[in-house]
Design a protein around this ligand. Structure first.
Ligand code: FAD
Length: 289
């Protein structure tokens, strides 16, 4: 790999596949992206543990690439003892990095949280980070929200919550995706003013399907700027859409690198092409065979 000294490090996120066919395709994707020597690769966790086995199976399969792996984990609706047993299992497998999250509140309201008086459950992500650190010497990443988490009453309240997670021992905070880099630069300043010194890593989303991305962004309350609607509004075919998505991600990553960002996390959606092009534009090249 030839990489300029100043290129940011990179990481890739994948979700557990839903079929054997998708699992085989995912292994091709992870193999292709592992060639770029990311700092780590992560596997998501389904709400309430719905993909617990899938997360572990996917991590096991990805171990063949010899890249450090991180397991996402949500605490909502899981007892502390269950979480401890699960994370002990991850530790025994060789996983040393957890992406520690609350998880979304179930829409049907069926949730064992928050239970102010119930000591069997974690209350906040900051408590979860503390718990994880006390059980095993995990590296911990947490999530953060440059445009505010949808549940937070204000940006100020959300920054206070982020500071608590950082003070509890998080090694970095990975952002929700955004498309306007000024949103990220503003967030960096807001975090600094709030006394948050933990590294902030932008999470970048390649646009594989503009319409479904817009639906997802609405749920996350992440802004899709007008110029993005205009760019995709005139698209005539899938090839054109992929070309636009690639150019956008390349430009976004290059601008972040130019502004001193030291690490970027890519939400790959289990596909390699657009993400790989953005990383190549940062100076990454696949290892020679
Ligand atoms: P939290 O930091 O827990 O915040 C959630 C809300 O609680 C906010 O409104 C916050 O302000 C508030 N809050 C937090 N702490 C306090 C406190 N001490 N006092 C008062 N208010 C507080 N979801 C999955 O199900 N699986 C995944 O694999 C997954 N991966 C993700 C990866 C990344 C990088 C990101 C950014 C998100 C991911 N999510 C995942 C989504 C995440 O679970 C949801 O956004 C969830 O609603 C919030 O989890 P959190 O830990 O980021 O938020």
């Amino acid at each position: 790999m030839s990489l300029s000294d100043k290129a940011p490090s990179i990481s890739f996120e994948f979700f557990p596949p839903k079929s054997e066919k998708a699992a085989a395709a995912l292994l091709d994707t992870t193999a292709a992206l592992a060639e770029l020597s990311p700092k780590y690769m992560t596997v998501t966790y389904g709400a309430g543990g719905s993909t617990q086995d899938g997360t572990v199976d996917t991590l096991k399969r990805m171990m063949e690439h010899d890249i450090p792996l991180a397991a996402h984990l949500t605490f909502i609706n899981s007892r502390k003892e269950e979480l401890k047993a699960y994370t002990d299992g991850l530790w025994d497998m060789g996983v040393r990095h957890i992406i520690a999250l609350r998880g979304d509140m179930p829409s049907d309201g069926d949730v064992n949280w928050p239970l102010e008086t119930d000591d069997d459950y974690f209350q906040y992500t900051s408590d979860f980070v503390e718990g994880l650190k006390s059980w095993n010497d995990f590296e911990i990443s947490v999530g953060c929200y440059p445009e505010k988490h949808p549940d937070a009453p204000s940006m100020d309240a959300d920054l206070k919550a982020l500071k608590l997670k950082c003070d509890a021992g998080a090694d970095r905070a990975i952002t929700q995706f955004f498309f306007d880099n000024d949103v990220f630069y503003r967030f960096v300043d807001e975090c600094a003013a709030a006394g948050i010194n933990t590294p902030l890593c932008p999470g970048l989303l390649p646009i594989h399907d503009f319409k479904s991305m817009c639906k997802f962004a609405k749920r996350c309350q992440a802004q899709v700027p007008d110029w993005l609607h205009e760019r995709f509004g005139a698209v005539e075919n899938a090839e054109e859409a992929e070309k636009i998505a690639t150019d956008l991600l390349v430009m976004q990553a290059q601008d972040l690198a130019k502004n001193g960002v030291e690490h970027m996390h890519f939400y790959t959606l289990n596909k390699s092409a657009i993400t790989a092009e953005a990383c190549e534009a940062l100076g990454y090249k696949a290892k020679a065979a």
